[in-house]
Design a protein around this ligand. Structure first.
Ligand SMILES: Nc1nc2c(c(=O)[nH]1)N[C@H]1C(S)=C(S)[C@@H](COP(=O)(O)OP(=O)(O)OC[C@H]3O[C@@H](n4cnc5c(=O)[nH]c(N)nc54)[C@H](O)[C@@H]3O)O[C@H]1N2
Ligand SMILES: Nc1nc2c(c(=O)[nH]1)N[C@H]1C(S)=C(S)[C@@H](COP(=O)(O)OP(=O)(O)OC[C@H]3O[C@@H](n4cnc5c(=O)[nH]c(N)nc54)[C@H](O)[C@@H]3O)O[C@H]1N2
Ligand SMILES: [Mo]
Length: 763
């Protein structure tokens, strides 16, 4: 069965296109773009929730994983955090009558935006096999149905248990415990589609896949390089840290094919000068690199660093650091001596002078931070690209000293914590040993499936049950048509969610939705109100306590859902006090203390004001937990995607008014787009060559080497100053173009930022 595109995503003849903005801020956004959600929420509930967000005794913002500074202000949230909160905390509920009124076939015609705007899910619902409607059922029946299904499988590996990165540490820990006690490591997560490449590259080079900087390092840096990241929309509070860095004298360099407003200038909404004045200019240098050109650029800078050392021996490299802590300098030097400068210019699309200028900035700075996000991780060569960042930093000792380091900026607010707690299809043996010791059962040892492998396995009819703790895989994963067919070929899909999304209507024979409380809501259990904990991008762990009444008394917390499911499935097969966990989350934290490295005395540490920072060898003491005990400089063969003539390289990215697959509005203010998302941004010179005009409507094709038709129809062309040869469209609308098999080597992350496409006028 093929699905027609949802209705209000294709009515894009009303799109309005203005000039892209050259600055980013927070204030206008709060008043403009929160409109519908804010109206739903009402003023009192809005104020109560917004003032509790990111406060010391409040809850953690559920939007991105940007860290909190020590000095929090009363309104410590950004425009997009406020949108995420109003979206979650709406008092509007999906009524019981909804399920009889809307068949799944009907819901399939609705857009993600429409589904989200129906309000909060408040009762468990079940779609029996052969029926086209969900119907309300009791919690007990819901757990029973799922337990019967899971217990009836031939092997635990026929089920997979997905996690999205909003899940808190306590929930994540007991969820992976339940899944491993059930007997599988099939724990795919959103990280597989996100920073997995980072984890691999950093794990192999410095021994740990997490940021080596702390929040305070930004204000100490001489140079901050921001690669493949759009903080103005996706980590708006980072702009404050960049402003502080700038004021303390740092240079900022942005490397991005698009001129992103938030990297150009910032008007801090919490400062008078930000509201009334011109704000702070951010990027001192802006390199509009070609998509996927970053590996070549990093190699070219490292080469210039090595050449400078040859010209002035003993003065450029950090020899003592390299000697004591690193391995592989000779091989790297020999390899980069052969770097082909023409290949660098072709791959980057930059001028040699621009690269020279960046190299000069790098050489001038004693303390350099490099940050990155999806613009680097979602390419075929993502892993070696990030390894080249590490090479460059290591050459001048820019890891493990104040004001310097490698800083991947995570996406979901607790995606990093979920990994720390064991959500991974291939947790290392030491973690599994600790589980075995603590709980007295033998967890499975074979690796499980990641997100891409899960879709393949469903397609091939191995995986029969899909359970998702949050998220929206149907819309988030690549190759939409194949992924939807795969999900539909399962025997059962279960979604634990706050609000309706596409994954609730792309279902297996049988399907269930289990509604859950959001992070802003008071979680009352037998021992009293509970808090949970989360880890941000810089390894700071702190508590989060809901502050408003749950939207309905019938809702269960995520911890309740997981513990009750575990009891229904496992009975007393393992000696775990699931009921105790539900009543008092301290008992979960007690086990976390024993199992998770760096979390000893978790209950005490988490109660400290502001929480605590997890230990990190490279950051704290320049100890590198690699097999050699040293940081590894690596040799990576340069390769870049050659686009055939008449083709463009397309990236799929976020607009300003979305959180991943959740669409808040159809506008993208900073890029000047209103009332539509089916758009494709193309450089005007490329348009001229292709004989296509701004405002034309085109169909976009990907000619991947298999027989599948991968196309999206009726996209409005926007002439836009992106790098030559490159194009951009929004995720998830562009996901049908990304082949499931097109992944980053090593990390298996969909290469959603390098899709070779052809544009054809729409009929
Ligand atoms: N408001 C809001 N906040 C969010 C999210 C959200 O959807 N909305 N999502 C959260 C999540 S899960 C994540 S992972 C993060 C994502 O945060 P980002 O990584 O900022 O997200 P994208 O929109 O994918 O933007 C990718 C950026 O990289 C650039 N880019 C693309 N390809 C390349 C390349 O080859 N080289 C270089 N140098 N640049 C490139 C793009 O032009 C764009 O500016 O944000 C998190 N925060
Ligand atoms: N083409 C393309 N594809 C991409 C990307 C890209 O840049 N381009 N980015 C990738 C990235 S970085 C990521 S992280 C993934 C995101 O993949 P996912 O994490 O799977 O998707 P989200 O849209 O973040 O999930 C949102 C849903 O989570 C549920 N939810 C929200 N809050 C809660 C909560 O508190 N509890 C529970 N249980 N559920 C909740 C809601 O039902 C909501 O609809 O997408 C990836 N896909
Ligand atoms: Mo992400």
């Amino acid at each position: 069965m093929t699905t027609k595109p949802p209705v209000d995503d294709v009515t894009d003849d009303h799109i309005e296109v203005g000039k892209p903005r050259t600055w980013a801020a927070g204030v206008p956004g709060i008043t403009h773009s929160m409109g519908p959600a804010l109206t739903q929420m009402g003023v009192r509930r809005s104020l109560k929730t917004l003032t509790a967000m990111n406060q010391k005794d409040g809850f953690d913002c559920m939007s991105c994983a940007w860290p909190d500074p020590d000095h929090r202000t009363t309104l410590s949230f950004c425009e997009n955090g406020a949108k995420a909160l109003t979206w979650e905390a709406t008092p509007v509920k999906v009524p019981s009558s909804f399920w009889a009124e809307h068949s799944i076939a009907d819901l399939l015609t609705k857009s993600g935006y429409w589904l989200g705007m129906q309000g909060r899910l408040i009762e468990p619902v079940h779609k029996p096999a052969g029926k086209d409607h969900y119907q309300p059922i009791s919690w007990d029946d819901a757990f029973l149905i799922i337990a019967e299904k899971l217990k009836g499988l031939d092997s635990p590996d026929q089920a997979a248990f997905y996690t999205s990165g909003r899940t808190a540490n306590e929930t994540a820990f007991i969820y992976q415990l339940f899944v491993r006690a059930f007997g599988t490591n099939n724990l795919p997560d959103c990280s597989n589609m996100c920073h997995e490449s980072t984890g691999y590259a950093m794990g192999q080079t410095i021994g740990i896949g997490k940021s080596t900087v702390s929040y305070g390092d930004f204000a100490k840096a001489d140079l901050v390089i921001i690669m493949g990241q759009n903080p103005g929309s996706n980590h708006p509070r980072m702009l404050t840290a960049l402003e502080e860095a700038k004021e303390a004298g740092a240079d900022i360099v942005a490397i991005n094919p698009l001129p992103e407003a938030g990297l150009i200038r910032y008007k801090n909404p919490q400062r008078v000068k930000g509201i009334l004045g011109k704000g702070t200019a951010l990027a001192d240098q802006y390199l509009q690199i070609r998509l996927g050109g970053d590996m070549a650029l990093m190699q070219a800078i490292s080469r210039r660093v090595l050449d400078a050392e040859t010209a002035h021996p003993g003065t450029v490299l950090d020899h003592q650091f390299l000697k004591e802590h690193c391995h592989g300098l000779e091989e790297l030097t020999a390899h980069l001596a052969r770097l082909d400068e023409r290949a660098v210019l072709a791959a980057t699309g930059l001028r040699a002078e621009e690269i020279d200028e960046l190299a000069a900035r790098y050489l001038k700075a004693d303390k350099v931070i490099i940050t990155w996000a999806m613009g680097l991780t979602q390419h075929k060569k993502a892993v070696p690209t990030i390894k080249e960042i590490i090479n460059l930093l290591l050459l001048r000792g820019n890891i493990g000293k104040p004001g310097a380091g490698a800083s991947p900026i995570r996406g979901h607010s607790n995606v990093q914590g979920d990994r720390t707690m064991g959500i991974w299809e291939k947790m290392p043996p030491a973690f599994l040993d600790a589980i075995e010791k603590e709980f007295g059962f033998a967890p499975p040892r074979e690796d499980g499936v990641d997100s891409v492998a899960a879709i393949r396995s469903m397609r091939d009819r191995h995986l029969k049950v899909w359970i998702a703790l949050g998220g929206n895989l149907a819309a988030a994963i690549s190759d939409t048509a194949i992924a939807e067919a795969a999900l539909r070929s399962t025997e059962m899909t279960v979604q634990i969610s706050t609000k309706l999304n596409r994954s609730h209507v792309i279902v297996g024979d049988e399907a269930l939705i289990l509604p859950t409380m959001g992070r802003s809501e008071i979680d009352m259990q037998a021992s009293g109100p509970q808090f949970v904990s989360v880890e941000d991008s810089v390894c700071a762990v702190h508590s989060s306590r809901g502050r408003i009444d749950p939207v309905s008394p019938s809702l269960l917390s995520e911890v309740s859902i997981v513990t009750r499911l575990a009891r229904a499935v496992l009975g007393d097969r393992v000696a775990v006090d699931w009921a105790g966990f539900e009543g008092n989350y301290d008992l979960i934290r007690e086990h976390i203390s024993h199992v998770v490295k760096g979390c000893a005395n978790y209950n005490q540490l988490i109660r400290q004001e502001g929480g605590f920072i997890l230990p990190h060898g490279p950051r704290d003491s320049r100890t590198f937990p690699t097999p050699s005990g040293k940081a590894m400089l690596t040799v990576n063969q340069l390769e870049h995607i050659d686009c055939p003539p008449g083709r463009l390289l397309l990236q799929s990215m976020r607009s300003h008014d979305q959180f991943n697959t959740t669409i808040y509005s159809l506008n993208d203010r900073y890029r000047g787009v209103k009332k539509g998302r089916r758009v494709v941004f193309v450089n005007p010179d490329d348009l001229a060559e292709l004989d296509i005009a701004d405002g034309d409507f085109v169909d976009i094709y990907n000619e991947w080497h298999d027989d599948t038709d991968r196309s999206v129809k009726n996209f409005r062309v926007i002439a836009y100053p992106t790098a030559r040869g490159c194009a951009a469209a929004y995720f998830p609308e562009a996901n049908p173009l990304v082949p499931l098999e097109s992944v980053a080597e090593g990390s298996n992350t969909p290469a959603s930022k390098s899709v070779v496409v052809r544009l054809e006028p729409s009929q």
